[in-house]
Design a protein around this ligand. Sequence first.
Ligand SMILES: N[C@@H](CCC(=O)N[C@@H](CS)C(=O)NCC(=O)O)C(=O)O
Length: 211
Amino acid sequence: MIEIWGGATSRTIRPHWMAHELSLDYQPKLIGSRTGETQTQAFRLLNPKEKIPVLVDGELLLSESAAIVTYLADTYGRDSGLIPKPYTPQRALYNQWLSFIQMELDAHTLYVIRKHRDLANLYGDAPVAIEAAIAGFNKQVNVAANALISTHYLVDDQFTGADIMLVSVLTWAVAYGIDISPRLAEYSQLHTTRPAFKTAAELNFSISSGA
Ligand SMILES: N[C@@H](CCC(=O)N[C@@H](CS)C(=O)NCC(=O)O)C(=O)O
């Protein structure tokens, strides 16, 4: 049976959400970040990066939330519309949004805030970096806001994994006290009323991260 490892974070909710959109029968393995559970010898065999989320599907071990969301939709939702068909311009745009969200709205900005604010004991205090990260997030997220002026979807006028990724960073930003625009708040609110989001969120946040 498919396993999805990890819970409690804005990154781990992504694969759980997609799995629920697809009504997949899978086993959630709810381990948290910063609890030591990603550093066991058994977990390192699943992901030597010592990070969640991780997907196990038969012989396949897959890490990176965006790759897992994409794999699940490609493999179990080919005709679901949750991912644009390969080799199409829509798929290229989906890839573009996924890279943008991971790099500009996650790794370079929100995660910088996490490292130098919540985890300053490990990574050091860096108020200037935090300020720059907030400014960078606001600038880049505005690009997404503009793309959503007359649609509720990033790609193809249809809900896809790209929307899962964007909503996950928007809810993360709000939790960090960043003001998002009314349009983005409305977009996020719309998609977080999806039954699959609600079930996934309940599951994902039934555990908490460590310190
Ligand atoms: N780029 C990766 C980032 C994964 C990541 O950094 N996960 C964090 C939790 S959100 C983690 O597992 N940290 C290790 C730990 O805290 O034990 C993804 O999107 O999946």
